[in-house]
Design a protein around this ligand. Structure first.
Ligand SMILES: [Zn+2]
Length: 189
């Protein structure tokens, strides 16, 4: 990993060696390895050979309708899939709340969807647009092309699935199992 100024780092993350940098605020020296002591944004000052970490600034991020967020599917019921929302697109600050999101079966795609398990499975990483907010509960919509599953694992062997090229169809490169998903145009494999 190539660390650069502005990157988000977590406590214990390796930032450099003592021969490279002097450990500054928000860092500590662990036997010559400089590590972050906080969650924040790193500053690499190569002129003064100093590394520091600034705590995440400003008000933590509150979500608004229309925001694109990413999270992990924690449950798939008959009418709703539940998502533990982790980040907002292009955002380095942390979310203000541990948002819990739901996607209703009618909000998944433009076409008719018979069963929610044909779109999402537990553990999938998905992107969705915020359509309703009520405190720390939000509703997501995944009808847009860029929304849907961006990372999915085979339910049989847990290897990462790959799109077959057919609509909503994925295949496991290890065991050959075919599965259905609502696949995002940003699917990563
Ligand atoms: Zn498999």
């Amino acid at each position: 990993m190539n660390l650069k100024s502005g990157d988000l780092v977590m406590p214990g993350d390796f930032l450099g060696i003592i021969e490279q940098y002097e450990p500054g605020a928000g860092t500590f020296d662990d036997n010559g390895h400089i590590k972050s002591s906080i969650l924040g944004n790193v500053t690499l000052d190569s002129k003064n050979r100093k590394v520091s970490v600034t705590p995440l600034t400003g008000a933590p991020v509150l979500l608004e309708c229309g925001d694109l967020v990413y999270g992990q599917i924690t449950d798939v019921r008959s009418q709703r899939a539940l998502i533990d929302v982790q980040t907002k697109k292009d955002e380095t600050r942390q979310l203000a709340l541990p948002y819990l999101a739901a996607i209703h079966v009618s909000q998944v795609k433009n076409d008719y969807l018979d069963r929610l398990t044909d779109a999402f499975r537990i553990g999938d990483i998905v992107g969705g647009k915020v359509s309703r907010i009520s405190g720390d509960n939000i509703d997501l919509n995944t009808e847009d092309e860029e929304c849907g599953v961006i990372k999915a694992m085979c339910t049989r062997c847990r290897d990462y699935l790959q799109p077959t090229g057919r609509k909503d169809e994925m295949i496991c490169p290890s065991c050959g199992k075919k599965e259905k998903r609502k696949i995002s145009s940003n699917y990563r494999y």
